[in-house]
Design a binder for this molecule. Structure first.
Ligand code: GDP
Ligand code: MG
Length: 441
């Protein structure tokens, strides 16, 4: 998904304002991208409709170019569809709070039970794990191992008592929790490889016996389209209050998250990201959206850009580029200062209109070296700054003395500047303005 979207966005990067044709073309691409990521069709349709509506609206941002604006909209809509805010566990007014896990075999329920127990314990609770999966040989033992790692006791049928009844075990565990003052009970249940009536009935029976405060549907994020059918079956069967996505450490494309949430209307509450007990997080819709977009820090950069970017400064720069006026050392310095204002140099290059063109030169300048560069440029005469060609050997020596650097540094800066200038000129004279900001009419 991410590759595809990246292509979509970079093709927009070279455009001016968002035209309707642009929006339609982009919408088509995003549609394909989402479908490829196994997002269910109705979800995709809704999503596209929202993005289109918003992109067509007059949201003109001076600080963002069209591509950035679309990224921003897509991101916001993704967060929306993923549930907006994080939903936390609703604890019962009278202890114990009963949490029941449901899902297919192999989804990661037992592992999740341990993670949840460990996490709750860290939060100051006194959880009890309950082995109500008596289907699979070793299932009880697996939970016991997990419980031991989490440092949380496990309630299970007596060894040697024969195959217990999972409904009874679950019911008894509530009494045990009251007796031993456990404030949360986590019930691990059996799953099947596919959905079947018997398994669903057992889950319903356990549910009716313990009346859980939260039924959590545990689903493997790698299963893609299948997640929708499974989620629907559990919704119609036992029903659930929240979703846990597991195996997000794999190359899950995020489609499951989007679909399950949209189809069932139930929030995704936790994310499981590995086999170890600490590979567990409260689910954050915004982070998942970021993962789906897979643009790393771009989204953060956009926020920073919006805050720090001086739109007028950009306007001035852009005009300068468009008219093909000479790019001077002062412009060079100004750009570098803008980059610094925004944050670590490496991350932010290319964010600013026209800035990408000097990126290769500026990239070589460390943040801490920026002050030296500034000092060098400030030690030049106005003539030298606007016409650096005149900077000969003796001028270099004078500038170096004035700014307290080696002559070599002055030479390196001038060289770097000439390369940047060449690119800026080529751009202004040639193919127009890649990455120019959206300008008001
Ligand atoms: P259950 O049948 O639903 O109880 O699933 P299990 O908890 O037994 O998990 C099935 C397998 O998936 C086990 O090998 C787990 O170690 C593994 N597993 C569970 N959660 C995760 C996860 O978030 N990431 C990875 N990589 N593996 C997981
Ligand atoms: Mg299990």
């Amino acid at each position: 998904l991410s590759d595809r979207l990246t292509t979509v966005f970079s093709s927009l990067r070279s455009k001016g304002r968002l035209s309707e044709a642009d929006i339609n073309a982009t919408a088509r691409e995003i549609r394909v991208a989402l479908l490829e990521a196994d997002v269910a069709l109705p979800v995709v349709k809704d999503f596209i409709a929202h993005v289109k509506e918003r992109a067509t609206g007059a949201e003109v941002s001076q600080a963002l170019n069209p591509a950035q604006q679309v990224v921003k909209i897509v991101n916001e809509e993704l967060i929306q569809i993923l549930g907006g805010e994080t939903r936390h566990i609703r604890f019962a007014k009278t202890a114990p709070t009963v949490i029941m896990l449901a899902g297919l075999q192999g989804a990661g329920k037992t592992t999740l039970a341990g993670k949840l127990a460990r996490w709750l314990k860290q939060e100051g609770h006194t959880p009890l794990l309950v082995a109500a999966d008596l289907q699979r040989p070793n299932a009880v033992q697996q939970l016991q191992v997990v419980g031991e790692r989490a440092g949380v006791p496990v309630f299970a049928p007596e060894p040697g008592s024969g195959v217990g009844d999972p409904v009874n075990v679950a019911r008894d565990s509530i009494d045990e929790a009251r007796r031993a003052l456990h404030d949360v009970v986590i019930i691990d249940t059996a799953g099947r490889l596919g959905i079947d009536a018997e398994m669903m009935q057992q889950a319903i029976d356990i549910r009716d016996a313990v009346r859980p405060d939260e039924v959590l549907f545990v689903v493997d994020a790698m299963v893609g389209q299948d997640a929708v059918n499974t989620a629907q079956a559990f919704m119609d069967g036992v029903g659930f209050d929240g979703v846990v996505l597991t195996k997000l450490d794999g190359d899950a494309r995020g489609g499951a998250a989007l679909s399950v949430r949209h189809i069932t209307g139930r929030p995704i509450m936790f994310a499981s990201t590995g086999e170890k007990l600490e590979d567990f997080n409260v689910f954050h819709p915004d982070r998942m959206a970021g993962r789906i977009l897979d643009m790393g820090d771009i989204l953060t950069l956009i926020e920073q850009a919006e805050q720090a970017f001086d739109a007028q400064q950009a306007e001035k720069m852009t005009t300068k580029f468009v008219s093909g006026e000479d790019f001077t050392l002062e412009d060079f310095l100004e750009q570098m200062m803008m980059i610094r204002k925004l944050g670590p140099i490496g991350n932010l290059l290319g964010m600013m209109p026209g800035m990408g063109q000097v990126r290769d030169q500026v990239k070589q300048i460390d943040d801490k070296d920026l002050d030296r560069v500034a000092a060098i440029i400030r030690s030049m005469t106005p003539d030298e700054r606007s016409n650096p060609k005149i900077i000969n050997g003796s001028r270099r020596a004078r500038i170096a003395r004035g700014s307290g650097v080696q002559v070599g540094e002055v030479s390196a800066l001038v060289t770097r500047f000439f390369e940047a200038q060449k690119m800026v000129r080529a751009m202004a004279g040639g193919m127009g303005l890649p990455g120019s900001p959206a300008r008001r009419n």
